[in-house]
Write a new protein. Structure first.
Length: 367
């Protein structure tokens, strides 16, 4: 009887939690404070480079207020938001999907290959190209999802290994005949995708395209999935207390497996939007390492309180941060990788309490 009451209480908390925007802001004060503190400390580190931090702040304020910078932020925002949605979805089910960067790469790669090989009417080609990116990300998440499901192998290890492998696999695929651009001698790049697969522009000349709308729609759909559907109840119940969820009849292994694949698909969709809306070709050097939109999306998910609505605003912040790195490199000769350093500092401040709490929860220290 006591177990049934405990289970009912947990499921009630799952059903009723997260419905009010007020709750998002109440629970986001710590991540927001941590982000500000991390940004200040990260910015202060430029002293080690012999640069005045006040000069850096002035450059950021002036450069980010320009029309060009605002358009670049709008271009970077969709990919960052898709990756944030990807990470938070699995986190809600109790899984750490650090394979988001790799799944993002595979989505970009698959949509590129499709965009090169097929040339149908845009009404057919664009959805199929986006679907190919979604499936590419989902398939790259499949090994980690399967190993977690069947062997309970730690997903952090498998997803990180897959993330480091993805760019190498991308280089191999781009070098294949019919995919590689023969006119590019000094860089590894694919042929441009066909015009019929490119996303429509929202602001001609500014680079802003319809992927911006797709990302916002995806955030709303993820919110509806998590808080308005039975599947969402199962996902959050599994993440909140797997034992209680299983006792109530929820197949937690199946929920984690399906959530893992959907998460990979969202990251892949972000990569597809980047290729079809912005780059129009696969440049291998863009996807080397774990930096870029994949890492930014993970940090943005934490800053947004692991909530799709909060992730919209945090993704906007990190898109501005990525653009500011380019501006600082041009104006103050600050290395572009400095932005990755700031992201790491912010992630350490924000994620550490959450990771410690999750570790204790898995060990049974926190009920």
């Amino acid at each position: 009887m006591a177990k049934q009451l405990k289970t009912a209480t947990i499921l009630k908390r799952v059903v009723t939690s997260g419905l009010e925007l007020r709750e998002i802001f109440e629970k986001s004060w710590y991540p927001l404070f941590s982000a500000i503190l991390g940004f200040i400390i990260g910015t202060s580190l430029v002293i080690l480079l012999g640069i005045n931090p006040l000069k850096v702040m002035m450059i950021l304020i002036i450069s980010l207020s320009s029309r060009m910078a605002l358009s670049e932020i709008a271009v970077a925002f969709p990919a960052c938001l898709f990756c944030a949605l990807s990470f938070l979805l699995t986190f809600r089910s109790g899984i750490f999907n650090f394979g988001t960067p790799g799944q993002y790469v595979l989505g970009a790669l698959c949509s590129t290959i499709y965009g090169i090989l097929f040339d149908y009417h845009p009404l057919i080609n664009i959805p199929l190209a986006l679907l190919s990116g979604f499936l590419g990300g989902a398939l790259w998440a499949l090994p980690a999802a399967f190993l977690k499901w069947r062997r309970n192998i730690n997903e952090v290890i498998t997803t990180l290994l897959l993330s480091f492998t993805a760019p190498i696999f991308g280089i191999y695929m781009v070098k294949l005949p019919g995919i590689k651009d023969p006119t590019r001698v000094n860089i590894i790049a694919s042929l441009p995708v066909n015009e019929s697969t490119r996303l429509p522009s929202l602001m001609p000349g500014a680079g802003v395209n319809s992927s911006l709308l797709l990302a916002l729609v995806a955030a709303i759909l993820v919110y509806i999935l998590l808080w308005k559907t039975r599947m969402g109840i199962r996902i959050r119940a599994t993440g909140l207390n797997p034992m209680a969820a299983r006792y109530h009849g929820i197949d937690t292994d199946r929920v984690m497996f399906m959530t893992f694949l959907l998460s990979g698909g969202l990251a892949g969709l972000g990569g597809a939007c980047y290729i079809l809306g912005t780059a129009h070709a696969y440049y291998a050097r863009t996807f080397i390492g774990l930096s870029g939109y994949g890492l930014s999306g993970i940090v943005a998910a934490f800053i947004g309180g692991i909530h799709p609505i909060g992730s919209i605003f945090s993704s906007l912040f990190f898109s501005a941060l990525m653009v500011s790195g380019l501006m600082l490199n041009i104006e103050a000769k600050v290395p572009v990788d400095y932005v990755v350093l700031i992201q790491g500092v912010i992630l350490a401040f924000v994620a550490m309490p959450l990771l410690i709490r999750e570790a204790f929860r898995r060990l049974g220290g926190i009920k």
